[in-house]
Design a protein around this ligand. Structure first.
Ligand code: APR
Ligand code: PHB
Length: 393
């Protein structure tokens, strides 16, 4: 088999890259290790920045998002016994957000790939990137019991944090930055009407978040110790813990119901630099992980892919490699901006085990400052909205 860009991983990064390349006249093949059903069953993030919404709309992927998603203007913050305040990105920047699940985006991407007869090989195992430093890069893999080879000009590693792409880069060429947080998020999805705003709560019992996927689907999270297991958390225990962390008048407006998904994820930040080695380019979770606070993970996957598709189009159509050569630095500028924002929000909103009374007062003072200062709110709005894409030149 032969293609221009061989894509490892059919998550949101890999499938979106394939779609953007196709729309710009560049051929690709996607190799995904898991089955389509497995990939579609994953429940993940769901708040899209304006830039992400624009990329989806501009590439024929906006129809269901616009019909079912929940547009909103920013985030509400509330903490122990105080009145909440709203960080209004629409007011400060003219940007909006869309609550729309990554699960739905994944479905929309598979549907678009089917419509154009894209080459997406699922259950492609044992994928090995070869000769990424030379000029005959290719992938070796197994599919339907056969050993196969895919020749290409470039390889895009869109295979998530545990994928093979990053691991093929020699340690001497890679710098890794990492931070682990001493807690996780327990999340549930329920068929209940959500609160009107995405609302973050800092409470002595721990962080809580009220979010949504649509007008009839809610997503809620509570901060839990790393040792907790999903089995420890009945629906009843979850709802009573969640509502205890919101002020009574907000808690009374939370509609409870059976959970349709429940999972625990640890929080961590991770960045690998550079995001290119020879003819191999990393995109999305393969290169970086953010804690979920601020919902930046999927949005970063989209900005990486946007930059890489544009760079590939310039290579094939204008014969210019300037964007390919600038890809890693350009993508990393946006990555670090969002890594910093999610680190800031994580520190601002969680209760850290073992924090001193000094740390606690400093956190409360920061929240007071944010609540009282229009400048501080404008600054957070700018970070929460995500920085605009850089121009091509
Ligand atoms: N060969 C082929 N495919 C692989 C391999 C491999 N060796 N290793 C992993 N994969 C596949 C996974 O099965 C998965 O479907 O790569 C895909 C990676 O998808 P994600 O983990 O979803 O990562 P990404 O596409 O970068 O999505 C960005 O945004 O909301 C965040 O973390 C969340 O997944 C989300 C991410
Ligand atoms: C979500 O809806 O899953 C979500 C929303 C906001 C966040 C994190 C996750 O900051």
């Amino acid at each position: 088999m032969k293609t221009q860009v061989a894509i490892i991983g059919g998550g949101p990064a890999g499938l979106l890259l394939s779609e953007l390349l196709h729309r710009q006249g560049v051929d690709s093949v996607v190799l995904e290790a898991r089955s389509r059903d497995y990939v579609l069953a994953r429940i993940r993030a769901g708040v899209l920045e304006q830039t992400t919404v624009d990329v989806l709309r501009d590439n024929g992927l906006g129809e269901r998002m616009d019909a079912q998603g929940h547009p909103h203007d920013g985030m509400r913050i509330v903490w122990a016994g105080r009145e909440s305040f709203f960080i209004d990105c629409q007011k400060h920047l003219g940007n909006r957000f869309m609550a729309y699940g990554q699960t739905q985006i994944q479905e929309d991407l598979f549907a678009a790939a089917d419509r154009r007869g894209a080459r997406v090989l699922t259950e492609a195992t044992d994928v090995r990137p070869m000769d990424v430093e030379g000029d005959k890069p290719h992938l070796l893999f197994r599919h339907n019991g056969e050993d196969l080879r895919l020749d290409c000009d470039y390889i895009a590693g869109c295979d998530g944090f545990h994928g093979v792409s990053r691991k093929t880069i020699p340690a001497t060429h890679l710098r890794e930055f990492e931070k682990a947080y001493p807690f996780g998020w327990l999340g549930i999805l329920s068929r209940t009407a959500p609160l009107p705003d995405v609302t973050y709560a800092n409470h002595p019992r721990g962080f809580a978040l009220a979010s949504m996927r649509s007008s009839t689907l809610s997503r809620y999270y509570v901060q839990v110790p790393l040792e907790d297991k999903v089995e420890d958390w009945s629906d009843d225990r979850f709802w009573s813990e969640l509502t205890a962390r919101f002020p009574p008048e907000m808690a009374s407006r939370i509609q409870t119901g059976p959970s349709i998904e429940k999972s625990i994820a640890p929080l961590r930040s991770f960045v690998a630099e550079p995001m290119r080695h020879g003819r191999l380019f990393l995109c999305g979770d393969a290169a970086h992980i953010v804690p979920p606070t601020g919902a930046k993970g999927l949005n970063l996957a989209v900005s990486d892919v946007f930059y890489l598709a544009r760079a590939m189009a310039a290579h094939y159509h204008q014969g210019s490699d300037a964007l390919i050569d600038g890809y890693s630095a350009m993508a990393l500028r946006r990555v670090w901006s969002s890594v910093r924002t999610s680190w800031y929000l994580t520190n601002l909103l969680h209760r850290f085990p073992g924090n001193s009374s000094f740390d606690q007062r400093a956190q409360e003072t920061e929240l007071d400052y944010l609540k009282s200062s229009a400048h501080a709110q404008a600054s957070l709005a700018e970070q929460y909205a995500g920085i605009p894409f850089e121009a091509a030149s």
